[in-house]
Design a protein around this ligand. Structure first.
Ligand code: NAD
Length: 262
């Protein structure tokens, strides 16, 4: 092996000097992504609706990893707040390299009971906000001629489950959006990819998954017979944010304990 080859390979997954926005990063999977990116040296803008939570997590990241971390509170269901958060991040970092489009939520209801409000709530955050975050970040990335957008979809964007119809629709849409954006922005050197988690225990679903009856029923369908952990998701995000995935776009990484293979 020529001298220096090994060091170059290792650096390809490092993120020193990169600047990232991670939406929904005060808890759950997004908190894990923010930590993993900061651990690899990226500066991180922490986003959720709660300003105190954002400040707390930003302070933690700065202290643990010695990176620049800023609090960018925003309700992503308001497009003007999305534009504002990208402006704040750009103002603070000077450049934007990575967007992790992670914030999302679900409603568990039978199809015949879903109201217009339920539909708008889930689609508003899980699909519409994902696009407008990508658009706001993408405008800066187009000017810079580089960028990485990582959309957090779900295995339920690929296969359906009962009583989460709007969520399945939104996540399927996120995967199609990932492909469409990847095609349009390939010429700008922007790679757009997605991660499809299976069931991961987080504040979003811990009551359900820890419930013996509901959690037990779901667990029987997981070939690996365990729920995902946040740390099962994080390294795929580091890979997709890094130069290591430089020739990969419009794709999805499924991390589901084998669910969709059955
Ligand atoms: P979570 O509920 O634990 O965390 C969601 C985060 O998004 C929080 O930080 C919350 O404050 C933020 N958020 C919610 N609404 C917001 C809004 N309007 N504006 C700004 N921020 C908002 O969720 P999670 O389980 O960590 O899920 C993260 C992502 O992973 C979601 O897109 C989810 O659909 C996806 N996912 C989760 C699972 C799972 O089993 N947990 C499985 C597949 C996909």
């Amino acid at each position: 092996m020529p001298r220096g080859t090994r060091a170059r390979k290792v650096r390809r997954l490092k993120l020193e000097g990169k600047n990232a926005i991670v939406t929904g990063s005060t808890k759950g999977i997004g908190y894990g992504f923010a930590n993993a990116l900061a651990r690899e040296g990226a500066n991180v803008a922490v986003v959720s609706r709660n300003g105190d939570d954002c400040e707390r997590v930003a302070g933690e990241l700065a202290q643990k990893y010695g990176v620049k971390a800023i609090a960018c509170p925003a309700d992503l269901t308001h497009i003007e707040q999305i534009e504002c958060l990208v402006e704040v991040a750009l103002g603070s970092f000077g450049k934007l390299d990575i967007l992790v489009n992670n914030a999302g939520s679900a409603i568990t209801k039978r199809a015949e009971e879903i109201t217009e409000r339920d539909w708008d709530r889930v689609l508003g955050l899980d699909l519409k906000a994902v696009f407008f975050c990508a658009q706001a970040a993408g405008k800066a990335m187009i000017e810079q001629k580089s960028g990485k957008i990582i959309n957090i979809a779900s295995m339920l964007g690929l296969v359906a489950d009962k009583q989460v119809l709007p969520y399945c629709v939104a996540k399927g849409g996120v995967l199609q959006m990932t492909r469409a954006l990847a095609l349009e922005w390939a010429k700008h050197n922007i790679q757009v990819n997605a991660i499809c988690p299976g069931y991961v225990v987080t504040p979003m679903n811990e009551a359900e998954l820890n419930d013996e009856r509901i959690g037990g029923r779901i667990l029987k369908k997981v070939p690996m017979r365990r729920f995902g952990r946040v740390e099962d998701m994080t390294e795929a995000c580091v890979f997709l944010a890094s130069e290591g995935s430089g020739y990969m776009t419009g794709q999805q990484i499924v991390i589901d304990g084998g669910w969709i293979s059955e």
